[in-house]
Ligand binder design. Structure first.
Ligand SMILES: Cc1cc2nc3c(=O)[nH]c(=O)nc-3n(C[C@H](O)[C@H](O)[C@H](O)COP(=O)(O)O)c2cc1C
Length: 193
């Protein structure tokens, strides 16, 4: 899976949310391969969600009437970085046709941002960011990959980011010759219409 470095990308501020519990895992390798496309000037921040104690949303409704969230954990500091980013990469394996629990917990906690930025419009929302979904699944069934697309789009939307690219490796539990890799650039697809 070598990358074409002839057309290197630039992002002044890129944040990666890592959702695999393993180092040097399929998802992590795919992600580092992808990151190799960015120019040296790109500032890259990594957050390892499996090793960051983020509590799940308890739907206490506080965020319907207030800014912020009563739960005190590192969530806010990660959000600060995501708000500053121009590219957000969500890097995750598929677990039961969805996200691993720590990734889902993080995504659910962005409900407070959904409430104040989209539902009640108490805060301006950016609209110039790119969202990249990098994912792997054990089976060769691409519906597992597709299952992450809509929730990822919704997650990116609370940061004013569009899903511009999806990179996946399906069949990681299968022999090499039954795996499928693909990189879908939605911006290029849109422009070629
Ligand atoms: C709890 C759990 C649930 C999983 N659910 C699915 C699934 O629904 N579909 C699938 O194709 N693979 C599933 N897998 C396989 C992983 O998606 C696959 O092994 C993935 O490549 C692991 O990524 P990593 O090596 O980067 O951690 C599951 C694995 C685990 C541990």
């Amino acid at each position: 899976m070598s990358v074409n470095t002839a057309n290197r990308k630039f992002s002044s501020n890129l944040v990666v949310l890592h959702g695999s519990p393993h180092r040097d895992s399929h998802t992590e390798k795919l992600t580092y391969d992808h990151l190799a496309q960015y120019t040296d000037g790109t500032a890259i921040f990594h957050f390892d969600l499996f090793h960051t104690p983020i509590y799940p949303c308890i739907d206490c409704k506080y965020c319907q009437t207030h800014d912020g969230c009563p739960i005190d954990d590192p969530f806010e500091s990660i959000v600060g970085k995501l708000d500053e980013a121009d590219t957000i990469i969500l890097s995750t394996p598929v677990y039961y046709m969805g996200f691993p629990a720590p990734v889902k917990a993080f995504i659910d906690r962005t409900q407070q941002l959904f409430a104040r930025r989209i539902l009640f419009k108490r805060e301006e929302i950016a609209n110039n960011k790119q969202g990249v979904l990098i994912c792997t699944c054990g089976s060769g069934d691409l519906s597992a990959i597709e299952a992450l697309r809509a929730p990822s789009e919704m997650f990116f939307s609370v940061f004013g980011a569009k899903l511009t690219e999806m990179v996946y490796l399906a069949g990681t539990d299968l022999p090499q010759n039954r795996r499928s890799f693909n990189r879908i650039n939605f911006l290029e697809k849109e422009m070629s219409k």
